[in-house]
Write a protein that binds this ligand. Sequence first.
Ligand SMILES: C[S@@+](CC[C@H](N)C(=O)[O-])C[C@H]1O[C@@H](n2cnc3c(N)ncnc32)[C@H](O)[C@@H]1O
Ligand SMILES: *[C@@H]1O[C@H](CO)[C@@H](O)[C@H](O)[C@H]1NC(C)=O
Ligand SMILES: *[C@@H]1O[C@H](CO)[C@@H](O)[C@H](O)[C@H]1NC(C)=O
Length: 433
Amino acid sequence: MLERVLSLRSRNSQINEEGDEDDESKTRGKHVSFAMRATNYISKIGFLWPCLLFIFFLILADIFVHYRNIMCHSSSFSSSSRDSFYSRFNFFGIDDGLDSDFGLLGVPWCRSKYGKTVEWTSKDLLKGLEEFVPIYETRPIKNNMYGMGFDHSFGLWFISRWLKPDLMIESGAFKGHSTWVLRQANPDTPIVSLSPRHPEKYLKKGPAYVDGNCTYFAGKDFVDFGSVNWESVLKKHGVTDPNRVLIFFDDHQNELKRLKQALKAGFRHLVFEDNYDTGTGDHYSFRQICDQFYIRGGGHSCFKDGDEARLRKKRRKFWEKAVDIGELCGEGEVWWGVKGQMRDDFNHSNKAISFAEHFQNSRFVESVLDVYWELPPVAGPSLTHQTRYDPARVSSPIVEDGRFGFFQRIGLGKFETSVFNGYTQMVYLQVSK
Ligand SMILES: C[S@@+](CC[C@H](N)C(=O)[O-])C[C@H]1O[C@@H](n2cnc3c(N)ncnc32)[C@H](O)[C@@H]1O
Ligand SMILES: *[C@@H]1O[C@H](CO)[C@@H](O)[C@H](O)[C@H]1NC(C)=O
Ligand SMILES: *[C@@H]1O[C@H](CO)[C@@H](O)[C@H](O)[C@H]1NC(C)=O
């Protein structure tokens, strides 16, 4: 507890760029003066004081827990029930690594031009989830290692079903699981799939999915998304408005590159599967691009004895994909992208970029961004038992920790835990030039 209080204090002096952190010290000031007055009072009472002091400490501890939660709520990433659920554990000194210290550090978020957001609500997501569970059970590819798990399958299904596009395009098909997901979302909508290896190749070895109403640019017919003549492909499918097309990228290419290519073709609705956090992943992502000092929760400190270093070290122990400061920072304290690199094509290319370049990239993204929406994880880690991504670096889950009954009732409990291990902040973007 004390350690946490101290960490709050030192953070306070560090981050003040937005001004609103100041409220924090005011609140604490109130607690402290209340504490002093109370102590004075206790000293007057005499023999009762050991007992009262004990109760008083309990209350004080509780206030801090609450105050920590309030701070977490001011960022849009923490869930109230999750926080209170885990704070309760922490209150009793059980540090299970689930509490959201990062809720305090904050998590970067891409800013859209006019602050527009998606139409759907968390209620819609919950309803969709109930519907999707029985669909997911019928998936043809049960073992989709290296491909999508439950969270992103749900996200892609939900978004494409909501948007009801005239054409769905996917880049990166692997065995065809995502093609199948798109098909479940919209049974009568044509699909275009780009992938160097045709999914039918996988059929020889085991389960795969080949769609009857999909145009494959695969195998010897493979063309990279950036080289396709989209005008002619759209025409062939009778689509006149590129605004009515949904693009799904799961091809591990630099997302800035893909964004520019999509804009050039006039596409506006884009979903990116692997929106890796800073310091992780094999291609430059929007999460990375928007990780900037001027954005709340963005920017990093490579200072070895700093709060971030200490926090990361701690969280690294609990979550496989969490990175400590040594993994985050390269030589010369370069932290943006992955150690100052802009990665592309499954990390086959990794170009060092300057901070100025990285900064310009985020300004460019912001200049074309109408909506940025990260799919929340499907359920909290105490329910899914996922061990990979740090829950404090992501939005509040659709099914929050503690809702075990609901989790079971909608049938999520019957899946192998490995299907919940692949979450990487899938993102839906709406863009315009
Ligand atoms: C992670 S897998 C895709 C998983 C799949 N979406 C699923 O449903 O599980 C990445 C795929 O991208 C393919 N790929 C590699 N380079 C590509 C490119 N330039 N364009 C499209 N796909 C590419 C790979 O061959 C691989 O099949
Ligand atoms: C393709 O889509 C059309 C129109 O929805 C449908 O009539 C046809 O059965 C589909 N073909 C296959 C092989 O799924
Ligand atoms: C990415 O490529 C770089 C340079 O070739 C290499 O040092 C690094 O280990 C690679 N990372 C991963 C995760 O493959």
